[in-house]
Design a protein around this ligand. Structure first.
Ligand code: 5AD
Ligand code: FES
Length: 352
């Protein structure tokens, strides 16, 4: 490992901040030894805050209907081959009820930007969940909405919102999205969410087409400055019916390396080992946890629709029941010495 990388690691662990050029040098300085060292540091910091606990969130994929046309995504509106579905309020409440019985205390409602979910419709669902499960966190991951809409949903009882920024580099953002989508609006949404009082999550894809280390450095700088409560990162994986079908996937090693760096940038951050990470490698999620992640999000969607929420090819967990996913992850975490815990799993900021 080069001298520079170990110096940068020390500096990062100490000050939780680097310059853009330094982040880039750290990324470019990747080696298996550097990754090992960073993962060790990241794991130690995470243990000092959360012990060996891995938090779990029940993911309910409520709709794959989307008005957007992101070039990387399998449920983009131009994909005529995608068979569309939308869960009814009853179906969503049924998923949550099964999840609650399995011990989940956080529900994540994720979906495409489906116009069916007006404020009225979504607030009604959130309120119903809020009154049935006063002890649970309700997380929404439903894309860009107006500030007013975010406010109404918050008042209806949503606590957290996940909105990946996808890339913190405007020019790169424009290469991943059609012209009608706006980087500035994405950032504006994130600030509004934070302002309203949500625990806010951002995130990005690793190895999205054309991404450079300079752009990844900007993602790291953004995380350092924004200090999100959650940060979802996973490898880009091509989907066969999208414009990026023949682009190479992001890598396991770079995703894990970045997970370690993000843990050091903001030690209390809630960092999932994502389904995409589990998809590119059979032990991807375990390796992500070892590198510094501390959240897993097993699928609670009805099995009948799981195969339809395909953002990328070969997605795992599409045939398993909710209880199977939960059990599977519990075993996987135990096998590497971590404990799946079922509480709300709020961020522990005070330990900083
Ligand atoms: N590969 C990996 N991740 C993807 N996402 C969408 N399409 C892909 C893909 N092809 C991610 C985006 C989005 C999240 C829900 O899934 O980052 O925000
Ligand atoms: Fe879904 Fe393993 S987590 S089957």
């Amino acid at each position: 490992m080069n001298q520079k990388v170990s110096e940068l690691t020390e500096k990062l662990a100490d000050r939780h901040a680097l310059s853009l050029a330094e982040y880039q040098a750290l990324i470019d300085g990747y080696s298996p030894e550097a990754a090992e060292m960073l993962a060790g540091r990241a794991d130690a910091v995470r243990r000092s805050i959360y012990g060996n606990a891995v938090f779990t969130r029940g993911l309910i994929e409520i709709s794959n209907i989307c008005r957007n046309d992101c070039y990387y995504c399998g449920i983009r509106r131009s994909n005529r081959l995608c068979s569309r579905y939308r869960l009814s309020e009853e179906q969503i409440l049924e998923c949550a009820s099964q999840g609650h019985a399995l011990g989940f205390r956080t529900f994540v409602l994720q979906g495409g930007e489906d116009p069916y979910y007006t404020d009225e419709v979504l607030c009604k669902i959130v309120s119903a969940l809020r009154s049935s499960y006063p002890d649970c966190a309700i997380t929404l991951s439903m894309g860009e909405r107006s500030r007013e809409s975010y406010r109404l949903l918050f008042e209806a009882g949503a606590d957290r919102y996940l909105l990946r920024h996808e890339t913190a580099d405007k020019a790169h953002y424009q290469k991943l999205h059609p012209p009608e989508m706006s980087f500035d609006n994405r950032m504006k949404c994130l600030r509004a969410l934070r302002d309203i009082g949500y625990q806010t999550g951002c995130g990005f894809m690793v190895g999205s087409p054309g991404q450079t280390s300079a752009e990844l450095a900007r993602d790291l700088k953004f995380i350092e400055e924004f200090r999100p409560d959650m940060c979802g990162i996973g490898p880009f994986i091509p989907h066969k019916d999208t414009p990026f079908h023949d682009m190479p996937a992001g890598t396991l090693y770079m995703t894990c390396y970045l997970l370690s760096i993000i843990r050091l940038i903001y030690p209390p951050v809630l960092l999932p080992a994502t389904t995409a990470l589990g998809t590119i490698h059979p032990q991807g999620r375990e390796l992500g946890i070892r590198a510094g992640a501390n959240v897993v999000m097993p699928n609670l969607s009805p099995v009948a629709v799981r195969g339809k929420y395909t953002l990328y090819d070969n997605k795992i967990c599409t045939g398993e029941e909710s209880a199977e996913c939960r059990g599977c992850l519990e075993n996987r975490m135990r096998s590497i010495g971590y404990e799946l815990v079922t509480d709300r799993g709020d961020i522990k900021k005070e330990k900083r």
